[in-house]
Design a protein around this ligand. Structure first.
Ligand SMILES: [Zn+2]
Length: 454
């Protein structure tokens, strides 16, 4: 594990092209289950949010090409995670297959790639109950990121000192960083490691609002659309209640598999059986936009609301599991299924030709949907409505902070927005001259007297 190998010897031309193609292929088909809502939910949240906005924002972005551009990019954050995972896996495979003289170097490269992947992945969730003992609504949890990291470090040292030592590369039997020790020099580092493990979503959302504000200020349409898409994605993820709890897959309460069932399969099934439910949300699920003073505080507040939603979701799942007779083996089978095959299963209109476990899986999602609709305010659509409402407020906030720019003069092709506007462009002069010429020709033709009969 200590020998080295120059990277170039392992990444010759054709081989590396093939490897890159493989990475791309894997990243394109990689399952995104666990990374957040699927495409349909993210799109619905985006559309509703942009339509909720006041003019000129709703006129500019709630329809037409601008809306399509935003929708086309809204899943990019998940694709970035998939891409990094595929790259890390590729390096890992190379390290595993390498001979002893090259193993260590490749293994360290793979470790760095895995760390990068984990960092990117941590942007999509925020398991706040893994970082504090405070019950929801987490009003005392620090809004400041550095303070939050220290809080997470303290929590880790209190509850899992061995893991803390591991993360700091200290001897777990004789750690130098302890809860009661005087040496706190490594607490910030430990806190960052804890945040990378449990998620950074509130600060990611704050940073996207800042980015969107800057894009509005520059009046750069391409940057506005990109920042809007990223912001929409992360706000959507924040409203998936299982993205803000350490019990993220129900693994602590006998609800394993609930993560994908809620965010992927329930939505696919609903789209197959009643597509109109996912075209628009009822107005009562949407709140009017409002300026947001503290974005991080608003995100943490939502994490508090999610805790209550999670309780209802797990209760509904327990009941749906009982009614459907689904087993842990059925869930394991579903997890091992190819993503397309899994999606196909939940699009089925009837259960003809399915085996017992497939029938139970289908019934489970149907029962879960029914219970959530009947007893829990249609939780999936409630969550999407909340997400759309928050997104519209954050877009509005960014626009306000940018000084309410007039978007009619927005640059769209990457041209510098601060370039001096010309009174009349050369193109316009040429176009005008040609139009006048055409009109004159047309009038001459019209004025010509009818040809006399011969
Ligand atoms: Zn995501």
């Amino acid at each position: 594990m200590t020998m080295t190998c120059p990277e170039s010897t392992h990444r010759a031309g054709p081989a590396s092209t093939v490897a890159l193609l493989r990475v791309l292929a894997v990243s394109l088909i990689a399952a995104t289950a666990g990374a957040g809502w699927g495409r349909d939910a993210h799109h619905l949240v985006t559309r509703e949010a942009l339509l909720l906005l006041p003019p000129p924002l709703s006129d500019e972005f709630g329809q037409g090409a601008a809306l399509e551009n935003v929708l086309a990019k809204v899943m990019s954050p998940d694709r970035r995670v998939d891409q990094l995972r595929a790259e890390a896996q590729q390096l890992q495979d190379q390290a595993d297959a390498a001979d002893e003289s090259h193993k260590a170097d490749l293994a360290s490269k793979a470790n760095a790639a895995w760390a990068k992947y984990r960092q990117e992945r941590s942007r999509h969730f925020f398991d706040i109950d893994a970082m504090t003992d405070e019950p929801p609504p987490f009003a005392a949890f620090p809004r400041d990121r550095r303070q939050a990291a220290l809080k997470a470090a303290e929590h880790l040292l209190r509850h899992d000192p061995r893991l803390a030592a591991e993360l700091l590369d200290e001897d777990p039997d004789r750690p130098t960083t302890t809860l009661d020790g005087t040496d706190r020099s490594r607490w910030p580092q430990l806190g960052e490691a804890a945040l990378a493990r449990h998620g950074t979503l509130p600060w990611v959302i704050r940073d996207q609002v800042t980015r969107l504000t800057e894009a509005f200020r520059q009046k750069r349409r391409d940057r506005i659309e990109e920042a809007m898409a990223d912001l929409s994605h992360y706000v959507g993820d924040l409203h998936q209640p299982l993205h803000t709890t350490r019990n993220y897959d129900g693994q602590m309460t006998g609800n394993r598999g609930i993560h994908a069932a809620f965010e992927i399969y329930l939505v696919i099934r609903r789209k197959a059986l009643s597509p109109q439910d996912l075209e628009r949300l009822p107005p009562e699920l949407l709140s009017p936009y409002d300026a947001v003073d503290d974005v991080v505080a608003a995100a943490i507040e939502q994490a508090g609301r999610n805790a209550e939603w999670t309780g209802r979701l797990l209760a509904a799942d327990t009941e749906a599991r009982r009614r459907s007779g689904i087993t842990d083996e059925d869930v394991a089978y579903l997890k091992a299924l190819d993503r397309d095959a899994a999606d196909e299963l939940f699009r089925r209109k009837d259960a003809q030709g399915l085996d017992g476990r497939q029938r139970r899986l289908l019934r489970h999602v149907d029962e879960l949907g029914r219970i959530l609709s009947e007893r829990h305010d249609d939780l999936p659509r409630l969550a999407m409505g909340r997400a759309a409402s928050m997104l519209s407020s954050l877009v509005y906030t960014a626009w306000l902070r940018a000084g309410r720019p007039n978007l009619a003069t927005t640059a769209g092709d990457g041209a510098a927005a601060d370039a001096k506007p010309k009174l009349i462009s050369f193109d316009l002069v040429v176009f005008g001259a040609m139009a006048a010429l055409l009109l004159a020709m047309l009038l001459r033709r019209r004025r010509r007297p009818p040809t006399p009969p011969l």
